[in-house]
Design a protein around this ligand. Structure first.
Ligand SMILES: NC(=O)c1ccc[n+]([C@@H]2O[C@H](COP(=O)([O-])OP(=O)(O)OC[C@H]3O[C@@H](n4cnc5c(N)ncnc54)[C@H](OP(=O)(O)O)[C@@H]3O)[C@@H](O)[C@H]2O)c1
Length: 376
């Protein structure tokens, strides 16, 4: 393997981003014809990758966990449509994927923590990509995989678990607080329900009626279905019994009309007609998707340190660098049986299956997570 590292490059199979052409409207392709859009967003190729300068570990990827952002060209909702054509050249050819679990096949000489043969899980820095047979990963983006989870399950966990822990810890979620999770059956939501329980919160989750039992089994104290007329009456009853929510974690609202039409924020904070406020005075409404303007504020908060969000609202943005310690804590919770991840589908690493996986992901009906088996 040393030969591979010092030969400076190796040809590996990978999924590379191939965004829609400049002539096509991103919105048209993405929102109106998802199948066509998926056919155009990536290429399956063999590419020579340089692996010298090893401050990182070299990993043979076993599984890659799929996230909505992988199918949104890694920039998600962040850019206004007018800027997308110029950004296209920036991401074109970058490797897709963020989450992975894999086996270390070589380590940097200066690295004392990991050795060949260790099975690690974590994230790749965006644009560098995890959907490739071999990746070079910074060690501060990984940790040893949870012992009790399979490699497929471990690959599904990093981004969503980091999101839930960071969002709750940044907002001082404490024991006995009252938490509402919107989208309790999805990738982020099903982990957020469990993380809020780990933190000792009283948890109410919203999902569709077909997933009610699934979310209940994750430990939610109350599960309210959104496909009934009683959603807000039921929430109001919970508030009357247990008090206003200290944190509302919204993993559904996004720029897409099919998500934003629920108008959750306005309806839960009394801003919509005939709605009541469900959020406590010092509470926080945490949203995971937003408008380009809201993303601009998130960038200002992260890179300039200036928080321009309103007091009770935030567009949360997960952080990957230096997440190794948190991944270690997450693995401990998994090994104590307190946190699990549900993998509902595993797809093969060939062109047709990978397209099917991306199609499935953008449909937003997944229970838990989707994973691609890259090598095993
Ligand atoms: N800002 C960040 O750092 C960050 C981090 C992670 C994720 N995200 C974003 O957060 C969003 C969610 O990610 P994800 O991985 O959880 O997506 P996902 O797994 O695709 O979410 C699918 C789930 O959404 C649920 N859902 C859809 N409409 C709903 C509604 N109106 N009310 C309640 N639940 C609804 C579905 O449940 P039913 O089938 O039961 O309807 C399904 O289980 C994405 O937009 C993603 O890009 C952002």
């Amino acid at each position: 393997m040393k030969a591979l590292i010092h030969s400076k490059s190796q040809e590996v199979k990978l999924i590379t981003m191939d965004p829609p052409s400049l002539n096509n409207s991103y919105t048209d392709e993405y929102h109106k014809n998802k199948s066509n859009y998926i056919n155009n967003i990536f290429k399956f190729i063999f590419q020579k990758i340089n692996y010298y300068n090893l401050e990182w570990v070299l990993v043979k990827v076993l599984y890659g966990g799929l996230n909505p952002v992988d199918a949104k060209h890694l920039y998600g909702d962040k850019l206004p449509e007018v800027l997308i054509p110029s950004f296209r050249s920036f991401i074109e050819g970058s490797i897709a994927g963020i989450d992975f679990c894999g086996e270390i096949i070589d380590v940097d000489n200066n690295n004392s923590k990991y050795k060949k043969g260790d099975i690690v899980y974590g994230t790749m820095p965006p644009m560098l990509g995890s959907f490739a047979e071999i990746i070079k990963v910074p060690t501060n983006f990984i940790n040893l995989k949870p012992k009790l989870l399979s490699a497929a399950e471990s690959s599904a966990l990093p981004l969503v678990a980091l999101t839930a822990f960071q969002a709750f810890e940044d907002n001082n979620l404490k024991e006995n607080m009252n938490v509402l999770i919107i989208g309790g059956s999805g990738g982020t939501g099903h982990v957020a329900v469990q993380v809020a329980k780990i933190k000792g919160a009283y948890v109410t989750a919203i999902c569709s009626s077909k997933n009610k039992d699934f979310v209940k089994c994750l430990g939610a104290d109350n599960v309210i279905v959104y496909d009934s007329n009683d959603l807000f009456t039921n929430l109001q009853n919970i508030v009357l019994k247990y008090g206003l929510f200290d944190i509302i974690f919204d993993s559904v609202t996004s720029l897409e009309e099919k998500d934003s039409k629920f108008n959750y924020y306005e309806k839960m904070t009394g801003k919509a007609n005939n709605s009541n406020n469900l959020l406590s005075n010092n509470g926080k409404y945490i949203q995971l998707g937003g408008t380009p303007y809201q993303w601009l504020l998130a960038h200002i908060k992260r890179f300039i340190g200036c928080n321009l969000f309103p007091k009770n609202w935030e567009l949360f943005w997960v952080r990957f660098p230096n997440c190794s310690e948190l991944l270690g804590r997450i693995a401990e919770y998994c090994d104590k049986g307190k946190l699990k991840v549900i993998v509902s589908k595993i797809y093969k690493f060939d062109e047709e299956s990978a397209r099917e996986a991306f199609r499935d992901q953008v449909c937003r009906r997944t229970i838990g997570k989707i994973v691609i088996e890259i090598s095993n």
